[in-house]
Design a protein around this ligand. Sequence first.
Ligand code: SOE
Length: 408
Amino acid sequence: MRETEPEAGKRPLGVGMVGYAFMGAAHSQGWRTVGRVFDLPVEPVLSAVCGRDGGAVRAAADRLGWAAAETDWRALIARDDVDIVDICTPGDSHAEIAVAALEAGKHVLCEKPLANTVEEAEAMAEAAGRARARGQVAMVGFNYRRVPALALARRMVAEGRLGALRHVRLTYLQDWLVDPEFPLTWRLLKERAGSGALGDLGAHIVDLAQYLAGEQVAGVSALTETFVRERPLVADADEGAGASGGLTVAGGTAGGARLGAVTVDDAAVFTGRFPSGALASFEATRFATGRKNALRLELNGSHGSLAFDLERLNELSFHDHTEPAASAGFRRILVTEPDHPYLEAWWPPGHGLGYEHTFVHQARDLLHAIATGAEAEPSFTDGLSVQRVLAAVEESAAKNSVYTQIPA
Ligand code: SOE
């Protein structure tokens, strides 16, 4: 399926995507669907996808609906039919591609975490600031902000329904690394991925905590651990950048494969403070046996609490502490009403959404920002702020959990 023709009367905006693994497939789904669901003055056109392996990227273009394939990201950025550069590569190439794309006058969507280091994230935020003055938009792919129930949670916190926040508690649990025979793909190499569960999963929950609380974490105390320190080498650590994005490797490794060092964390557990006085706690792990993609959170405030579980993403639990104790208690809000965030465009009440819709909403928000000239959120400055928390977690963990302040 190819999506090359813009809808009549809408300004076409060409998209060029770098990377086509798990996230690239998810983003493609967003670009393909957004114009059919949301009424926007602009229409994305899937102009070209880029990857290093010519045969594989051409196959991905056909599978995912892109009109053309490129093997050099610089050539992709230079194309006249590319207005938006969408970066879905491992973290070690984010900064170079994003800065080049912004300097070339393109809008940019970059997968999370924004970069592998604070220095790279600073350079990206600076480039985005210069580009903003020229009318360009830059956004980080923290897609869980686009779960309607979490956007509703943000709205309720901002409206004061929870009163003063006391606790912001988040966990993000997966289990795909439990098997010590799982091979050493790029996600386990610091120079490629920046960090492990911390940057991959912890980045999501730090961003959500800051988004929901409406303020930035001021300092952290952290522990990290690498439970399995050596894993079987694969011929090409990028193999996992194929269809599964490093979460599986086709055929596994041959028995008796040589071992290589895992250079990232398997799990990170940390607490933090917000300037308002609220306390935060975070847990990110790839070793929570039985948990596949379990992102859960609970906020407790002086007037009430909110709880959310990604495995039931059409629901938000709310306890209103201002109600009489006899009738108060957590109740389930079914987040499928037309006046809930994003839902006016979708199905009648009760007909829920899923993971993939977050990428449609992400595309919608980016296109809306481009069309209206508004700043896109989460901005590269928001991504930098998450990066600073991740760096502070690593610093604190290296000092056995010493409280580490984060520069504002
Ligand atoms: C793998 O851990 C992963 O795909 C993350 O990279 C994504 O950001 C998350 O949404 C799901 O899990």
